[in-house]
Each structure stands twice: as structure tokens, then as C-alpha cells.
Design a protein around this ligand. Sequence first.
Ligand code: ADP
Length: 271
Amino acid sequence: MSEPQAIAIEVERLTYRYPGGALALQDVSFSISSGEIVALVGPSGAGKSTLLMHLNGLLPEQIPENGQSAITVCGLPLTRGHCKEIRRRVGFLFQDPDDQLFCPTVREDVAFGPLNLGLSRDEVLQRIEESLRSVGLSGYEQRSTLQLSVGERKRVCLAGVLACQPDLLALDEPFGNLDPRARRSLLEILRTYSGAQILATHNLDLVVQHCNRVIVLDEGRICADGSVETILADRSLMEKHGLEVPISLANSPTTGQKAPQAVDSSPRMDS
Ligand code: ADP
């Protein structure tokens, strides 16, 4: 018998309202095992970014001082005491590189995380070299982050994330604004990463290529959770949540059938 996979993320009954604003997440529960690659899909405003930000402790007013938390990462409840460690373990890639890059050079930007971890100078230099190599940007150390293409800037962001050696990745629209070559290049890099990944995206064809599970979020609620083929080939489910069956699954025998069969234990499937 194969060993059960460790749980990378567990979210239990997470509800969140922005201060003075929208109810962005309602009673969201799911868990992700260490090797899973999970796509978070849904219409704009569904709560995808808000959910990803929670996983990295980026909405601090929600984080309890100690004790129980709606979010557990690698066995650690997301409390103020564990926040720094959880931010190290969850590598977060912002949708817009401008939100992530803030140093004048590539080297300084990639070094920022490892320096914050208190690593020695030699270790930091090694992490910079390894992570830039892994994203195909060796030799870019002295380049200005302002003078790179969007695809290169995304890869610098990812290098900075990987330099902290996270246990899992939370990626907000990683393929947004990239041309086909830059998308393929990013996809290749993500394929070499062995930890869990959860990524919000509108690019459902890339979900088919890269992910093994899909969670559909709409109006802050999980509406479906299952295998890529089961969920994304279900035309009525897709249309109901403002999505389209990806071209690569358009001729699937399940397309057009009404209710997908969840492959996992999610209790919230649309019918
Ligand atoms: P998605 O990533 O699926 O497009 P978001 O997580 O960005 O959705 O947004 C979910 C809901 O929260 C939307 O109604 C959005 O308007 C609202 N929202 C997002 N960010 C903020 C914010 N900083 N302040 C108030 N409301 C916000």
C-alpha cells in the first residue's frame, strides 16, 4: 500500500469580509496534500486572490493571536506566532510583478527573502545563483528589474520565492499577461517544483496541462472540487460559474453532462 500523502494545507470553515467591504469568502473548507497541483478557478470577484492571500498570512487582521485557526499549513495553525514560519513555507507569487519586485536589481530582489531568513552571505549567494538558474535567468543578477519583460519579471519574482525554499506555492494568475513562449517557460519551471501548488488562473487549457485537481469558487464559496477532467469538461457547471470548457476538453465524452462526480470528499458539488 502507498503511504498517505502529508497534508500541506488545511482550510476549515474560513469566512472573511474585507474591513468595511465585501464578504469575500464564505465557509470555505478544503485540504491539499503535499504533491497536489490544484487550480482555483471562478469568475472575477469570486474570492480567489483573497483565499490565496489568506494562505500566506497576508490579511493580518484575520490571524488569531494563538490557539485555533481556520488555516493550517504543514501542520502549523496560522497564528501570529507561526506567521513568519508560514510565510517562509508558502511561496506566494503575486498576480502583478510590480506588487512583488521593489529592489533596483535582480540580485537584491532575489536576495531579500533569504536575507530575511537570517542566512549567511555565502548561503544567500548560493540561493540567488540556484534560483536564478532554475528560472533560466543566470547572468541577470545586475540587471534592473525595471528593464525586463513581463515574463522575465515574473520569473524574477518566482526566483525570489524559490530562493526561500518554500514547501508549497500559492500562485495568483501566474500566466496572466504572458505571451505563449513565456507561458510555456513558466509552466516548465513550475513542473520541476515538487511541493504542493495552488494556483488561481483563468487559463483553463493550462490547468488541463498542469493541474490534477480543480476547485471552483464563486461568490466566495466552493461550488465544486474534483479532478480536472470531471470538473472542466462539465459544460453546465462551467457556464453556471462564468467559465468555459477549455478547448482541449471540448470534445471530451463527459462534456455537456450535467453533474460531475467528485473524485474527492468535497461536500459542495453543484448539481
Ligand atoms: P478574484 O481573485 O476571484 O477576482 P478577489 O479575491 O479579488 O476575487 O475579490 C473577492 C471580493 O472581495 C470581490 O467582491 C472584491 O471586490 C472584494 N475585494 C477584493 N479586495 C478588496 C479590498 N482590498 N477591499 C475590499 N474588498 C475587496
